[in-house]
Design a protein around this ligand. Structure first.
Ligand code: COA
Length: 178
């Protein structure tokens, strides 16, 4: 993952700097509502030394991609974990909020692209990312949240209450070969 320059909130307006308001993350009642267990205890304000969780920031990656996502307000919630010592993004995931016509335009959440840098795996950061965005989807009023994954990570997602619905088939048609 690319070097993160981070945003300096004192010099930048939150609105311009972050994909969404960081306060939304701070307001999550993570301690009371988290699904997974953490040993040692970590949470959204204390992830471990030199680590912080925040929304994607304009200087993290490609500015054009950031602006494109930002131009669809309240649809994309990409969070990153930054190693503030190394100035590097070490984990990320995205919650996408979809509006569904036949559900009175209710929102369905999808958690996409969960990834933790290999050197940082096993430090509970993946759990924190998925727990946080699951809570966020509820907080944003989604009537459900779902994700797609390989068999091997089903036990990982089960920790947050995700269940495999046997009667549901996941079908796709690729236009670009894998
Ligand atoms: C899957 C992934 C996000 C997990 O992140 P992580 O930071 O390494 O995991 P954590 O340290 O937060 O979680 C540890 C817990 O999850 C379990 N776990 C971690 N990776 C797992 C996996 N691939 N399958 C099943 N369980 C897993 C551990 O056994 C541990 O369980 P415990 O808390 O009961 O002891 C990370 O391994 C990764 O980025 N993998 C490559 C990308 C990927 O596969 N993403 C998922 C796409 S659907």
């Amino acid at each position: 993952m690319k070097k993160a320059n981070g945003c300096n909130p004192s010099n930048n307006d939150y609105e311009e700097c972050y994909l969404f308001d960081p306060q939304i993350l701070h307001d999550l009642e993570f301690e009371n509502q988290k699904s997974a267990s953490y040993k040692p205890e970590i949470n959204l304000t204390n992830l471990g030394e030199g680590l912080t969780i925040r929304p994607l920031c304009i200087s993290d990656y490609d500015k054009e991609r950031f602006q494109l996502m930002k131009s669809q307000p309240n649809l994309y919630y990409t969070v990153v974990i930054e190693d503030t010592v190394m100035h590097r993004v070490v984990g990320t995931t995205t919650l996408v909020k979809e509006m569904h016509f036949i559900r009175q335009c209710g929102f369905r959440g999808r958690i996409e692209d969960v990834i933790v840098h290999s050197s940082y795996q096993g430090k509970q950061l993946g759990k924190l990312l998925v727990d946080a965005l699951t809570l966020l989807s509820k907080r944003l009023g989604c009537y459900m949240v779902s994700l797609e994954c390989d068999d091997r990570v089903v036990p990982f997602y089960s920790k947050f209450g995700y269940v495999k619905e046997e009667e549901h088939n996941y079908m796709l048609r690729r236009f670009i070969p894998k």
